[in-house]
Design a protein around this ligand. Sequence first.
Ligand code: IMP
Length: 181
Amino acid sequence: MNRIKIKDKEFTISITGEQIQREVKRVADEINRDLAGKNPLFLSVLNGSFMFTADLMRNITIPCEVTFVKLASYQRATTTGKVKEVLGLSEDISDRTVVIVEDIVDTGLTMERLLETLGTRNPKEIHIATLLVKPEKLRIDLDIKYVAMRIPNDFIVGYGLDYDGFGRNYSNIYTVVSENE
Ligand code: IMP
């Protein structure tokens, strides 16, 4: 399928499932090499990273654990800033090597907040593994150690990423077609 329609928007294929699998395997190999002997805890951020997490974990061959969290954002009463609360983290991460597994780092604000929150729980080290980065949009100076693919600043869906809840199910990634195309 080269073109899909979700609600009011048309999307065209930009990264095939085969390309994604190749890059995910490459990232997994890097992690296997770097984190051997560290028993990492993979912390998958739902919903967007469910496919990436599944494919990444299939290629991780070192002893490890995986857990899933959700971020709830709410308006803080005292300021206008949005706070991201980490839901569902029951594991004790103190003195652990943690690998955050994200679908996409866009501005980097979500990741910054997540790092702040996890940092208060005394992990030994935290690494970031993300399927995608939009370098042109990045506003925060993050040390992103594992990146499967860097993409232009266009809205995408598929392979876990959604438009208004839809489109997460596709094994390819699709980019929105601009109105004048
Ligand atoms: P950030 O806080 O700006 O880095 O935003 C990260 C979140 O925005 C991701 O976890 C996604 O849920 C969402 N996001 C950013 N870009 C896209 C996109 O192109 N398609 C779908 N979701 C996106």
